[in-house]
Design a binder for this molecule. Structure first.
Ligand code: HMG
Length: 438
């Protein structure tokens, strides 16, 4: 019989493990053993991980891999990727290799503006509120000076604070819609601290504004929080090459390019396809975002909102054939940081950033956008030529063999055998059965 627990957060790690193992698993000793097997043997490394989050009882490993040969703006990169799905890293690597001798990837930063909002309720005359806002606008910047000082020294800070009337959607609802430049930081803490100060300033100044009635003075702050929708923090990555340099998988350059353009166009108009198309892009993006210690949930939320910005969920990539060339590009919002957060705490994140030659946030945005574009190129290339299963299953083979309990020797024989044989669940089972019987 399971019982609720009081004060779980205050238990020791050992006590937490005992509790979860006995209450929620059928074999507590086995559960404890799995949890402890994944502890880091170096206690100081383990302590760092324990303190990232709350109620930590073990670690959850993801493979950390390298996709080499990315030529980005004429500089060669090897991308660190943290992901559990087979064939993603191979696909990225294959796309990087494909574009390596075709000029590589070109990227540009379109904008780096971050957003935050103070949501509030004001019951009264709208024009009076606008006059109040004009009179006190500078106070928002002045009162936040202690928070913004260091960011300003680095070239960032608050860019704008605007009053927005949202009363046509919700009665009495207004916003301070604010924009920021946060340089190499993702900026969540900076933005939220500024916003909470704006909310205080708003309340304080309104409370003593002599043109307001007593009801108007009583502004109700609902919440102050950054937005993960950053449609002006955007990066573009592109590849292009003459059609006669694009022969692929037995297709002529023009035929291959036409198929790629068709595939992208379908994802542009068909949401069912667009979601999977963009999922493939996020395979690359999330893996680099995670390896570099960034917030992939924020990135995911912002990217998908951007994909629907024109009123229908659509492809994040674009492809055209123009003047004898195939052009393929992505435009994507990415709020990333290379300082703060996990970047100096997690030893693997530090290493990932070192492998990327310690990029500034803008450079990391460009690298991550390229990872997304490369991933989409590889997936579409497979989809419009061999089909996805051939390569995906080839990469998945080791997982299947492990699941079936193959020995190292059997794995070696079967990896070799499946170089020229189609991998399916049935064919792998059959081949393993045959070896075991021999
Ligand atoms: P292949 O042609 O069999 O590979 O492709 P290859 O053996 O000829 O090797 C060529 C290069 O590929 C290698 O060069 C590597 O760069 C890379 P090399 O290192 O030899 O100089 N490569 C590998 N890298 C690391 N480990 C490996 C490996 N094998 C090849 N074992 C490949 C095989 C899987 C790359 C290809 O079939 C492919 O790109 N497939 C696409 C796979 C894919 O997109 N996977 C994502 C998961 S599926 C999904 O979730 C998304 C999707 O639904 C999105 C959508 O619908 O749009 C598909």
């Amino acid at each position: 019989m399971r019982t609720p627990v009081e004060g779980f957060s205050k238990l020791t790690k050992e006590e937490k493990i005992n509790w979860i193992a006995t209450q929620y698993t059928s074999n507590p000793e086995a559960a404890k053993s799995v949890l402890k097997r994944y502890w880091n043997t170096n206690s100081s490394v383990q302590k760092v991980h324990d303190e990232f989050i709350e109620n930590t009882i073990s670690n959850y490993y993801l493979p950390f891999a390298i996709a080499p040969n990315f030529l980005i703006n004429d500089t060669l990169y090897a991308l660190p990727m943290a992901i559990e799905e087979s064939s993603v890293v191979a696909a990225a690597s294959k796309a990087a290799k494909f574009w390596l001798n075709k000029g590589g990837f070109k990227t540009t930063i379109v904008g780096t503006e971050k957003v935050g909002q103070v949501h509030f309720m004001y019951k009264g005359d709208k024009e009076k509120l606008e006059r109040f806002f004009k009179t006190h606008k500078n106070a928002f910047f002045d009162d936040a000076k202690t928070i913004t000082q260091s960011m300003e020294k680095r070239g960032g800070g608050i860019s704008s604070v605007r009053l927005i009337d949202k009363t046509d959607s919700i009665e009495n609802y207004y916003q301070l819609h604010c924009t920021f430049q946060t340089m190499d930081a993702m900026g969540a803490n900076f933005i939220n601290s500024c916003l909470e100060q704006f909310a205080k300033t708003l309340k304080q100044k309104a409370a003593v504004y002599d043109r307001f009635s007593s009801q108007e003075r009583d502004i109700e702050i609902v919440m102050s929080i950054l937005s993960n929708y950053v449609p002006n923090c955007v990066v573009r990555a592109e590849v292009s090459c003459p059609l006669n340099n694009l022969d692929e998988a037995g297709l002529s350059g023009i035929d291959f390019a036409k198929k790629m353009v068709q595939a992208v166009n379908i994802a542009k108009i068909e949401p069912y396809r667009a979601v999977t198309h963009n999922k493939g892009i996020m395979n690359g993006i999330d893996a680099v975002v995670l390896a570099t210690g960034n917030d992939f949930r924020a990135v995911e939320a912002g990217v998908h909102a951007y994909a629907a910005k024109d009123g229908r969920y659509s492809s994040l990539t674009h492809a055209v054939i123009e003047n004898g060339e195939f052009r393929f590009w992505i435009e994507i919002p990415l709020a990333l940081g290379t300082v703060g957060g996990l970047t100096s705490l997690h030893p693997m994140v530090k290493l990932a950033l070192e492998i990327l030659q310690k990029p500034a946030a803008e450079e990391l945005m460009q690298i991550v956008a390229v990872a997304g574009l490369a991933q989409n190129f590889a997936a579409l290339r497979s989809l419009v030529t061999t089909g996805i299963q051939k390569g995906h299953m080839k990469m998945h083979l080791l997982n299947m063999l492990n699941q079936l309990g193959a020995t190292e020797e059997e794995k070696e024989i079967l990896v070799d055998y499946f170089k020229d044989t189609v991998v399916t669940n049935a064919s792998v089972k059959e081949a393993l059965k045959k070896i075991k019987a021999d």
